[in-house]
Design a protein around this ligand. Structure first.
Ligand code: PEP
Ligand code: MN
Length: 330
């Protein structure tokens, strides 16, 4: 009978045995407790002490071992507050590009609650291309967003742009977002890996799927496998849209990993006119959710004003997505 690893001390003991025996192995605790190796080993021979803790052994094919498909199926379903993302739990996450003040975030939160959105997005620390553009309300933004979310029974997601902002947002946010520009900020990835919060990991502007998954592995290797991948478009020679949305990453990722994958049509399109078509394309391709920018008055928005949907536009798209989802499940 294998020991079910539930206590920190038991997990530490197993990791100590692994280190002592000089094995390169990664423990995935749960039911079953699983060890991931890169090469074939005979555990009975190389480390019999481990046998009582381990009931399954897997050999990773890829460099991203812990998030490789079939290794840890529990990572397909992520609990966020009292709800889930992944498997049959499709989620639309929506909100403004940035928190700009109390009025607009209160207004947005109450609109989202009314139409049935459960998770609100919004940047408090903004990674802007130019240092002279609005950088976000920072701590004040987090406070306003948290209050608006709480008052309306919403969960929130906001971005950490560095270690300092990560520390500031972690107690308040339900999901930590790592933006495209930070996808390979390895110290930030390791730091979010040490938190216990779900993470939205956006695809880097010029990152391959392999590089993106390797960044996910940085987070998982620190102990946090609550990772939601977010496709948001990549740089190509095409300049009629802000980024080229790589819809093919959805089926490719479904093949390579169990992690949920959501789609951000707003940053890809860069124009409100195209957001709906891209969102619906993503739903058709099988994404597990959407991340969409919506603002009470997009023309006046302090950032990404061209791509944010008005409440009216968002409501229409949200209803269409609900219908498409229903028809896909029939
Ligand atoms: C965002 O979602 O607020 C954002 C800045 O997006 P990205 O990192 O994908 O550019
Ligand atoms: Mn934006």
């Amino acid at each position: 009978m294998v020991v079910f690893l539930s206590k920190e001390s038991e997990i530490a003991e197993v990791n100590k045995i692994i280190n002592r025996s000089g094995l390169t192995a990664f423990l995935v605790k749960g039911s079953p407790n699983r060890l991931i190796f890169q090469k074939k080993v005979d555990l009975k021979e190389v480390c019999p002490e481990l046998l009582k803790y381990i009931d399954d052994i897997r050999y990773a094919k890829e460099s991203y071992k812990l998030i490789e498909s079939g290794v840890n199926e529990s990572s397909a379903l992520i609990k966020v507050g009292d709800t889930f993302i992944g498997r049959e739990h499709f989620k639309v996450i929506a909100g403004p590009c940035a928190i700009e003040g109390r009025g607009m975030i209160d207004e947005t939160a109450s609109f989202l609650r009314e139409i049935g959105v459960k998770i609100m997005r919004g940047g408090c620390y903004k990674p802007r291309t130019s240092p002279y553009k609005f950088q976000g309300l920072k701590e004040e933004g987090v406070r306003l967003m948290y209050q608006a979310a709480k008052r309306n029974g919403l969960l929130m997601v906001t971005e950490a742009i560095d270690l300092e902002s990560l520390e500031q947002i972690t107690p308040y946010t339900d999901i930590i977002q790592i933006g495209a520009r930070n996808m390979q900020n390895f110290s930030l990835l390791k730091a979010v890996g040490k938190t216990e919060k779900p993470v939205i990991l956006k695809r880097g502007l010029s990152a391959s799927i392999e590089e993106w998954l390797s960044s996910g592995e940085y987070i998982a290797s620190e102990g946090n496998n609550q990772i939601i991948l977010c496709e948001r478009g990549i740089k190509t020679f095409e300049d009629s849209v802000r980024y080229s949305l790589d819809i093919s990453s959805i089926p490719v990722l479904k093949d390579k990993t169990d992690l949920p994958i959501i789609l951000d049509p707003s940053h890809a399109a860069g124009d409100f006119k195209y957001v709906g078509a891209l969102a619906k394309g993503g739903v058709g391709a099988g994404c597990d959710g959407l991340l969409i920018e919506v603002h009470p008055n997009p023309k006046e928005a302090l950032c990404d004003s061209k791509q944010q949907l008005s409440f009216k536009e968002f409501k229409k798209l949200f209803e269409e997505i609900v219908e498409i989802r229903k028809s896909l499940s029939n």
